[in-house]
Design a protein around this ligand. Structure first.
Ligand SMILES: [Ca+2]
Ligand SMILES: [Ca+2]
Ligand SMILES: [Ca+2]
Length: 280
């Protein structure tokens, strides 16, 4: 085995072992939601009517809404105006754990999570309103899930894209539903910790496969006109869910930018070497 092949194998092995880039790895280990230092810590902002409260304890962000009043939460994981751009072949995944305090019935879409691009306009403090001009042109993908003791809530599970301008980040009018209009949710129980993911797989310039998974309950839809840039994680919960606990919030991209190029380079060199062998 010659040195060229050895170095090639080394390159490919290196590519395989570092194939994911971690944009967010928020465990709240520093005990706050205010330090902006991604990936380990994001500054998280709350918005909604007055009266919500929150605290960070035991590596968990606990948010208590005002009675029966929705709240939203958002964190930005890049510099403003510099979103992460996916290239074809890359997959971005948001994952987190959630539990909620109140066993609710019904309430279609009462818990939502999203990957958005803020478009360079951001909030920089907690708000006492659900609307702000900074939210107006945010774009991206969201899972509308239903935390409920009911298992057959109409439109209990939908994947949507934020296609329209609106100062209210989560208002229904800002969203279009991806594909058919929703599935049934699966019943959930209060005070149980659930794992959730939102996966954006950029298959081709005309195919973004969007998949939501809440505790193994999977919904997948395809967008033929993809959004490909993202810089923020957003959550929304109805007040009827009571206190919500969020933890282990991660965003990863695979393969990491540059890995495709490296793997492609390695493959090209192998082909070149093979053609040389065949000629000689
Ligand atoms: Ca922190
Ligand atoms: Ca914005
Ligand atoms: Ca679209």
């Amino acid at each position: 085995m010659n040195s060229l092949r050895l170095s090639l194998l080394g390159l490919l092995a290196g590519a395989a072992s570092s194939s994911a880039v971690v944009l967010v790895d928020e465990t709240f280990a520093d005990g706050n939601r205010s330090t902006q230092n991604p990936p380990a810590s994001l500054a998280w902002y709350l918005y909604g009517a007055t009266g919500y409260s929150s605290s960070v304890t035991a590596n968990t962000w606990e948010i208590t809404p005002a009675t029966n009043t929705p709240f939203g939460a958002i964190g930005y994981f890049t510099a403003s105006g510099s979103p992460t751009a996916l290239t074809v072949g890359q997959t971005m995944t948001l994952s987190f754990n959630i539990s909620y305090a109140t066993a609710v019935t019904g309430g279609a879409g009462n818990f939502r999570f999203a990957l958005f691009d803020s478009g360079g306009t951001r909030i920089s403090s907690d708000l006492t309103s659900s609307s702000d001009a900074a939210f107006n042109s945010d774009r991206g993908y969201a899972s509308f899930y239903t935390l409920s003791t009911d298992s057959d809530v109409t439109n209990g599970y939908r994947l949507r894209e934020r296609t329209n301008d609106n100062d209210s980040l989560w208002t229904a009018g800002a969203f279009s539903t991806l594909g058919t209009n929703g599935d049934n949710n699966v019943a959930t129980t209060n005070d149980v910790l659930y794992a959730a993911t939102l996966t954006l797989e950029y298959v081709s310039p005309t195919q973004m496969t969007v998949t939501s998974n809440v505790n193994g309950n999977i919904l997948s839809r395809t967008d033929s006109s993809p959004y490909t840039t993202f810089d923020s994680i957003a959550f929304s919960s109805n007040g009827t869910n009571g206190t919500v606990n969020l933890s282990n919030i991660e965003v990863t991209v695979v393969p990491e930018p540059g890995t495709c190029l490296l793997a492609g380079l390695g493959f090209g060199l192998l082909l070149w070497r093979r053609s040389r062998c065949m000629l000689s």
